[in-house]
Write a protein that binds this ligand. Structure first.
Ligand SMILES: Nc1ncnc2c1ncn2[C@@H]1O[C@H](COP(=O)(O)OP(=O)(O)OP(=O)(O)O)[C@@H](O)[C@H]1O
Ligand SMILES: [Mg+2]
Length: 271
């Protein structure tokens, strides 16, 4: 394929213009959905992103770790187009969705209408919303008001709302942080299943190193405005329970490295 004359339109620059994919083809031939070069963000005199480079490819599942205040949400908001960088070249797939820590459902819209907010599916709209709700296990709650949903259910509606847009890039900002441990485990399985089905690139912000290792194929650590770590995690290590047991030592080593990068003393945690 001559990519130079056949540019696909997954990647767009700031103005929504398609960019030549040939610029981005490297060893990994999956389409880039994000290509940032020298992206900087300041709030006043505080530098949050210090000329970062970032490429995320179609189907990658990436976890973003970093201390509180390191700029994770700021980066996500820039990726989502909700905030602007001060400088740099930013190319992001135009179809992207975000799920935040709090579900942000409109209280005066039923679940299925919340799923459709901002979309135009015409006469099929309700069926589209119901299908998305069924995918997150909430077919029976399509008519519910947000105040009648549990925290986990509301977060699943937020996921359905993100997925109904068929995003090439799914941005998740600590989406499970407010949920109890059992619901979190169920949400992990759900997100993994949805990712396997739809294969968006996923960037998930979490404070939980175990969650990052469990879910992601690649882990980034944001520190002092830069990615201080960018590690590929073997899928076999994280997805295959048997392999995970066999590779417990590797998991421990990785966890140790991540925690130490995050400035956490690891002696006690890693067993
Ligand atoms: N709109 C804003 N105006 C000024 N400063 C801001 C603004 N938004 C964020 N900041 C500052 O930028 C820094 C990074 O904030 P950000 O929310 O991106 O951190 P974070 O890594 O997501 O932290 P947390 O893990 O606590 O959610 C913080 O010091 C924050 O106070
Ligand atoms: Mg944040």
């Amino acid at each position: 394929m001559n990519v130079a004359t056949n540019p696909r339109q997954l990647v767009a620059n700031d103005d929504g213009e398609p960019a030549l994919v040939s610029e981005f083809l490297a060893a990994d031939r999956r389409e880039p959905v994000v290509h940032f070069t020298g992206v900087a963000k300041k709030f006043g005199t505080q530098t949050i992103l210090d000329k970062v480079d970032l490429t995320l490819r179609q189907g990658e599942f990436v976890a973003l770790l970093g201390a509180s205040g390191s700029g994770k949400t700021t980066l996500l908001r820039i990726l989502a187009g909700l905030d602007q960088a001060n400088e740099g070249d930013l190319r992001v797939a135009p179809n992207r969705s975000v799920v935040f820590q709090e579900h942000r459902l409109l209280p005066f819209r039923r679940a299925w209408r919340n799923v459709l907010l901002g979309t135009r599916f015409g006469r099929n709209a309700r069926a589209v919303a119901e299908k998305a709700l069924a995918e997150v296990g909430l077919a029976a709650k399509a008519n519910s008001w947000p105040k009648h949903l549990s925290g986990g259910e509301a977060q699943r509606v937020a996921l359905a709302r993100a997925l109904v847009r068929a995003p090439a890039l799914l941005l998740l900002d600590e989406p499970f942080a407010a949920l109890d441990a059992l619901t979190r485990i169920r949400m992990h399985a759900l997100v993994e299943a949805l990712w396997a089905e739809h294969k968006p690139a996923v960037l998930i912000v979490t404070h939980d190193v175990d969650e990052a290792i469990l879910l992601a194929d690649r882990i980034l650590v944001l520190k002092d405005g830069r990615f201080s770590l960018d590690i590929d995690v073997s899928p076999a290590l994280v997805r295959n329970r048997k392999a995970q047991e066999d590779a417990a030592e590797d998991v421990n080593h990785l966890k140790h490295r991540l925690l130490s990068e995050l400035g956490v003393s690891t002696g006690a945690q890693i067993q």
